[in-house]
Ligand binder design. Structure first.
Ligand SMILES: NC(=O)c1ccc[n+]([C@@H]2O[C@H](COP(=O)([O-])OP(=O)(O)OC[C@H]3O[C@@H](n4cnc5c(N)ncnc54)[C@H](OP(=O)(O)O)[C@@H]3O)[C@@H](O)[C@H]2O)c1
Length: 291
C-alpha cells in the first residue's frame, strides 16, 4: 500500500507546528508529512527539531500571500507522490494588536480569503479518495457577527467562492474609503477576515460536491482550534481573550488532528465549521426581524 501524504501549511510555530508533529507521530512510517514555512531558516529549524524527537517531517517553502505558491507546491506534491490525503491550511495573515483595519484589511483579505481559495483550487485535483482538507479559521468567522444585510449577501453567495471573495473585496474598499463601519462591518479586521475564510471554504466545498469534483469519501471542513496561547494571541490575552481559558498549541492541535484524520467512510461533517468535534452554525439561527 502506498504511504499516506499530508501537508500542513503554516507550520513553523503554534498550532500548525504542533499539528505537523502529531500527524508525523500517528502516521510514523505509514505516511509522509510535509510542513511549510515562509523562510528557509525556519524550514530547516523545524525539520531538525522534529527530527531530534524522532519525527520525520519534510518541508516546503510557502507563502499564502503569494498568488503562485499554492499551485507551485501542489505541483511539487503531485510530481513526487501523485496525490495527497491530508491538507491543512493553517497559516494566516494574523491581526496585530493596535494596528487599524486600514493597514491590515487589504493584505489580510488577499492572503486569508483569496489565498485560501487558491490553496483549495490547487489541492482539490490531487486529493485522493477519503482525503481530508481542513482550513483553520475561527469561531469569529460566523454570520451572527454581521448585520442582516451583510448576512444576506453571504447567504446568497453560499455556493460560489468567487462571489464570497467579491464581498470581502468590497469590504476592503469600504475600509480604505473610511466607510466600513457605517456600512455595518465590525471594527476588528480579524472578524471579516475569518468570516471570509469560513465562507469561502464552505462555498468551495459545496460547489466541489455539486460539480462532482469531490473524490469519493473526501471531506472539506473548517476548524476553530479554540483560544490557544501562541505568538498570534499573546498580545490579545487579557483584552480579547482570557489567558486562563487558553489551551496549549498541542491541546488545540489534537482536535484539528481528529478532523484531518476522520476514518475512511465518514460522511459528516462536510463543509462545516468544527470546534472540538462539535459543529458551530455558520448561518446561526436565521435572520432577525430587525432591519
Ligand atoms: N491561537 C488561537 O487562539 C486561535 C484561535 C482561533 C483561530 N486560530 C487560527 O489558528 C491558525 C494558527 O494560529 P496560531 O495561533 O498557531 O498562530 P501562530 O503561532 O502565530 O502561527 C501562525 C503560523 O502561520 C504562518 N503564517 C503566517 N503568515 C503566513 C503566510 N502569509 N503564509 C503562510 N504561512 C503564514 C506562520 O509562519 P511564520 O513563522 O512564517 O510567520 C506560523 O507558522 C490561524 O489561522 C489562526 O487564525 C488561532
Amino acid at each position: 500500500m502506498s504511504k499516506k501524504v499530508g501537508i500542513i501549511l503554516g507550520a513553523t510555530r503554534g498550532i500548525g507546528r504542533a499539528l505537523a508533529a502529531q500527524l508525523a507521530e500517528i502516521w510514523g512510517n505509514d505516511g509522509i508529512v510535509y510542513a511549510t514555512a515562509r523562510r528557509e531558516a525556519d524550514a530547516e529549524e523545524l525539520a531538525e527539531t522534529l527530527g531530534r524527537s524522532g519525527l520525520q517531517c519534510r518541508t516546503l517553502l510557502f507563502d499564502l500571500s503569494s498568488p503562485s505558491d499554492p499551485e507551485r507546491i501542489a505541483q511539487e506534491i503531485g510530481n513526487r507522490h501523485g496525490g495527497v490525503d491530508v491538507v491543512v491550511q493553517n497559516g494566516a495573515y494574523m491581526p496585530r494588536a493596535g494596528v487599524p483595519a486600514l493597514d491590515d484589511a487589504r493584505p489580510m483579505i488577499a492572503a486569508n480569503s483569496h489565498g485560501t481559495l487558491r490553496v483549495l483550487r490547487a489541492f482539490l485535483p490531487l486529493l485522493r479518495g477519503n482525503g481530508r482538507i481542513v482550513v483553520v479559521a475561527s469561531s469569529l468567522g460566523v454570520l451572527n457577527k454581521l448585520p442582516d444585510h451583510l448576512r444576506t449577501r453571504f447567504i446568497s453567495a453560499e455556493a460560489d467562492p468567487d462571489a464570497v471573495n467579491r464581498i470581502l473585496d468590497d469590504y476592503v474598499e469600504l475600509v480604505e474609503a473610511g466607510t466600513a463601519k457605517a456600512a455595518g462591518w465590525p471594527d476588528w479586521v480579524n472578524i471579516p477576515s475569518k468570516i471570509g475564510q469560513v465562507a469561502v471554504t464552505r462555498a468551495f466545498a459545496l460547489q466541489a460536491k455539486a460539480d462532482g469534483k469531490l473524490p469519493a469519501g473526501a471531506l472539506i471542513n473548517i476548524a476553530n482550534p479554540g483560544v490557544t496561547l501562541t505568538d498570534a494571541t499573546r498580545d490579545f490575552m487579557g483584552t480579547v481573550f482570557r489567558r486562563e481559558d487558553a489551551q496549549t498549541p498541542e491541546q488545540a492541535a489534537k482536535s484539528l488532528l481528529w478532523l484531518a484524520t476522520l476514518p475512511d467512510g465518514t460522511a459528516y461533517p462536510y463543509a462545516q465549521l468544527v470546534e472540538h468535534q462539535r459543529i458551530i452554525p455558520f448561518r446561526d439561527h436565521g435572520l432577525s426581524n430587525s432591519h
